[in-house]
Each structure stands twice: as structure tokens, then as C-alpha cells.
Design a protein around this ligand. Structure first.
Ligand code: AMP
Length: 218
């Protein structure tokens, strides 16, 4: 059984959505560095305040801020016991090499590195229509999977909101940053023979079914 995953793909490629479904079904810990950073920001910590200056502009947060959060999380006993789905990390070559060193140190390895592929038009449509639940964090999309009741989470009844970096202008910036900074990470995993590619363009349940079938999860 595959236990440890790295999910790569542009913002809006569906990494978080598939990670949610995968972890709900198989019990891994979903580690999304964007979520860790937003939680820091919400807590009002100095790290969160520093990070938010980059996040609102769609820029990458400096490695030293993200890496501390990530290594703390990776070291937790639940991650060791249940495995993990890493979503949104690594985003730079330096982060990829650092992750490799951290995992080697703990005797952990990544079972599967997956790149979710989606064309740019669909990414932008998805990002600008995305809404999150304030209470449980569930991801909704006003265009493709609108909630049954307007602005109310289907899973828990919480209020939905739009991330401040999901506006069109910031989403375009984030895609540019992705191509520039994360492109080398994709090449790195490709050259090491670890990278697998899959479409992220389908509706979420269809995409998850393809994912499970492709990687022998049933
Ligand atoms: P996400 O939720 O993955 O779209 O991330 C939201 C924002 O958090 C990004 O646009 C970055 O500003 C920041 N962020 C998340 N993960 C990382 C990372 N691995 N390295 C640097 N910045 C990150």
C-alpha cells in the first residue's frame, strides 16, 4: 500500500482536493504548506505576519519560514504512523533537495511523486471560482461544484469565503511563479525517474477514480 505522496501541480490543479479525498479514504496526514501558513497568519504569529506579506502578492514565502513549519509537521508521530500527502511542497529546487535530506534523516521515503496536469485556462477559471469553508476548510467551486445552498459548506454548514490570493490578478502571478520556480523541481523529479503524470482536469470524483485506478489504490 502506498503511504507517502508528493503532489506537484500548478495552483488550481486539484492537488488539495485529491489529497482530501485520498486522506479521508486511506488515512494519511494531509500536509499542505499553504494551509500551515494560513493557520500561522490566523494565529497572528510573527512568522504568519511575515509570510502573509508574500502570500497576498502571490509570491513564494522564503524557504526558511516554510521549512520550519514543514519539518515540525513531518517529525510528528502521526505522520510517521499514517504516512503523508505533501501538497504545495516542494516548490523550489532548494526545497526539493531539503525535503530529500529530511526524509533520508528520518529513514522515510516518498512512494509516489505525482504531477497533476491542467491547462492554463481551466486553472484560472478554477482558481477564481474557488471558495473555502471557514470552519472545515473543504474546497468548493462556484462554477463546477457549487454548494447546494449559496455560500454554505456542503460538508459542515460553515460559511464559505474566497482566498485573498484567488483574485484573477494574483492567480496570474501565482501561475508565473509556478512556471519559473517549480519548473526545475519537476525536471529534477523527472530526471531521477520518480515523476508520474496524471490529468487533473476532470471533475473531482472522476479525477480521484482515475488516480486510484492508475496507482492501484482500491
Ligand atoms: P497554496 O495554498 O498551496 O496555493 O499556497 C498559498 C501561498 O502560500 C502560496 O502562493 C505561497 O505564497 C505560500 N506557500 C505555500 N507553500 C509554499 C512553499 N512550499 N514555499 C513557499 N511559499 C509557499
Amino acid at each position: 500500500m502506498l503511504k507517502t505522496f508528493v503532489f506537484l501541480g500548478a495552483p488550481g490543479a486539484g492537488k488539495g482536493t485529491i489529497a482530501e479525498l485520498l486522506c479521508a479514504k486511506y488515512g494519511q496526514v494531509h500536509i499542505a504548506t499553504g494551509d500551515l501558513l494560513r493557520a500561522e497568519k490566523a494565529s497572528g504569529s510573527p512568522l504568519g505576519q511575515q509570510a502573509s506579506e508574500y502570500m497576498v502578492k502571490g509570491l513564494l514565502v522564503p524557504d526558511e519560514l516554510v521549512v520550519t513549519l514543514l519539518t515540525n509537521k513531518l517529525a510528528s508521530p502521526e505522520v510517521k504512523a499514517r504516512g503523508f500527502v505533501l501538497d504545495g511542497f516542494p516548490r523550489t529546487l532548494n526545497q526539493a533537495q531539503l525535503l530529500q535530506r529530511e526524509l533520508d534523516k528520518d529513514g522515510l521515503k516518498v512512494d509516489l511523486v505525482v504531477l497533476f496536469e491542467v491547462d492554463r485556462d481551466l486553472l484560472l477559471r478554477r482558481l477564481t471560482a474557488r471558495r473555502l469553508c471557514k470552519v472545515c476548510g473543504a474546497i468548493h467551486n462556484m462554477m463546477f461544484t457549487p454548494p447546494k445552498v449559496e455560500n454554505v459548506c456542503d460538508s459542515c454548514g460553515g460559511a464559505l469565503y474566497q482566498r485573498s490570493d484567488d483574485t484573477l490578478e494574483t492567480a496570474i502571478n501565482r501561475l508565473g511563479v509556478y512556471e519559473q520556480e517549480t519548473g526545475p523541481v519537476i525536471n529534477w523529479y523527472e530526471q531521477s525517474g520518480q515523476l508520474r503524470r496524471i490529468t487533473g482536469a476532470l471533475e473531482k470524483h472522476a479525477n480521484f477514480a482515475v488516480f486510484c485506478q492508475e496507482y492501484g489504490l482500491e
